[in-house]
Design a protein around this ligand. Structure first.
Ligand code: NAD
Length: 420
């Protein structure tokens, strides 16, 4: 049973299955399928890092570029003990589709290091980041491959990556990473962009379902960059955040949690558990509590055939990448629960990363209002495009988003031609 569960949640299998379904529906020829189902480049690096006690440890990291047809590749860096090459491949593939769904000129990439960042000191984390950046620097550059933060990486780590790459070049190259601090070329509005974009998509979907956001109840799995921003912005829209979890446990309050207070509590204690004016719940339970909108914002493979029958939400907005397995997808569809697929619902982050990169290339910086307006425009336009495709083809939103994305990538490949 355990291995079956693991198989079900395997991100690579999920990405391949989703692609296969959409490719079939689009009637892609076998050669094109083969191009798109494989990743273009993958680099594995095993590298030493001095630990604070003077010992040396060897870490394994990856950088994968899935497809380069639409432009330089873009994708986050993940630090997690369970990072594997196959997971990074899946995430890179999803990045290709995501950039195509929102129609920004990038291909997809992803990177990661197998490590437990919570068990590393600040200095160890810095040495690991600088050595990993050097190891993968043969792929990086503002014209070739541009990392950003993902699970357990952040602006500070992007700052070290920028500095390491720039030291090797001999001059500052701000456009080599996005999601970096404002002082070295970051963009206003990047930190909460994924959460904000997700809320734009939720708002558009709610309108179609005649669901009022004011007073709607929301449950959120994961309270990191994406989950906490989504919570904050949904609360600003009048939603009641009734439950939140992180890796250490969950909290709930049917009358609505005070999100600002919860953020302060998480910052001070490192966890959401123990928040005053809330009831403790088991981590996994947060997915199954009564709510209008469920926002998975943690890791892959969280909504499975096992728990999908018990979900009580009307909308599942996939802020995380790959939170729903194909088996669960089917169950939720049969139950009439609307899924806003990851490659659309969490694309806000890469959209503002794109704005950041454009600002870096032009050395000209935008005001926050401009970032928000343009993000909203792109997210609403993309929602409409996916929604229209779903209606026209009589498919669900995930299939529609995949089809739209794959079509755009195929068009780019055909326009470029196959080299040589
Ligand atoms: P993060 O490291 O800031 O936060 C991750 C959160 O998930 C933490 O609160 C952690 O405690 C929690 N978590 C981990 N395991 C959990 C579990 N089993 N149950 C409940 N909570 C758990 O990471 P993030 O940047 O917020 O990324 C979250 C998801 O969003 C990932 O799937 C990531 O790929 C995706 N995503 C992130 C961005 C971005 O801009 N950061 C963009 C698009 C998609």
């Amino acid at each position: 049973m355990a291995s079956e569960h693991h198989l079900e949640a395997d991100a690579y299998r999920m990405a391949q299955w989703q692609f296969g379904q959409a490719a079939e529906r689009l009637g892609l020829d076998e050669g094109m399928r083969e191009i798109l189902r494989s990743v273009n480049r993958e680099l594995t690096v095993n590298f030493p890092v001095f630990m604070d006690d003077g010992s040396i440890r060897v870490f394994t990291g990856y950088r994968v570029q899935h497809n380069l047809a639409r432009g330089p590749t873009k994708g986050g860096i993940r630090y997690h003990p369970q990072v594997t090459l196959s997971e990074i491949r899946a995430l890179a593939m999803w990045m290709t589709w995501k950039c195509a769904v929102v129609n920004i000129p990038y291909g997809g990439a992803k990177g990661g290091v197998q490590c437990n960042p919570k068990a590393l000191s600040n200095k160890e984390l810095e040495r690991l980041t600088r050595r990993y950046t050097t190891e993968i620097s043969i792929l990086l550059g503002p014209e070739s491959d541009i990392p950003a933060p993902d699970v357990y990486t952040n602006a500070r780590i992007m700052g070290w990556m920028l500095d390491t790459y720039s030291m090797q070049k001999g001059y500052s190259v701000p456009g080599v990473v996005t999601g970096k601090p404002l002082s070295i070329g970051g963009s206003v509005g990047r930190t909460d962009a994924t959460g904000r974009g997700c809320v734009c998509v939720i708002a558009a979907a709610a309108q179609h379902l005649d669901l009022q956001l004011e007073g709607a109840t929301v449950s959120i799995q994961g309270f990191g960059n994406v989950g906490s921003a989504a919570a904050k912005i949904l609360a600003e829209h009048g939603c009641k955040i009734v439950a939140v979890s992180d890796s250490q446990g969950g909290v709930m309050n049917p009358r609505g949690l005070d999100v600002v207070g919860l953020l302060q509590h998480k910052y001070a204690t490192g966890a959401v558990k123990g928040f005053p004016d809330s009831e403790a719940v088991i981590r996994e339970e947060v997915l199954e509590l009564p709510c209008d909108i469920l926002v998975p914002a943690a890791l892959e493979g969280q909504i499975t055939a096992e728990n999908a029958p018990r979900l009580q939400a009307k909308i599942v907005a996939e802020a995380a990448n790959g939170p729903t397995t194909p088996e669960a997808d089917k169950i939720l569809e049969e139950r009439g629960i609307l899924i806003l697929p990851d490659i659309l619902a969490n694309a806000g982050g890469v959209v503002v990363s794109y704005f950041e990169w454009v600002q870096n290339l032009q050395s000209l910086f935008w005001k926050e209002a401009q970032v928000h307006t343009q993000l909203q425009e792109i997210m609403e336009r993309s929602f409409r495009a996916v929604h229209e495709m779903a209606a026209r083809e009589r498919v669900d939103m995930r299939m529609a988003a995949q089809m739209l994305a794959i079509q755009r990538v195929v068009e780019a490949i055909l326009d470029r031609g196959v080299y040589p």
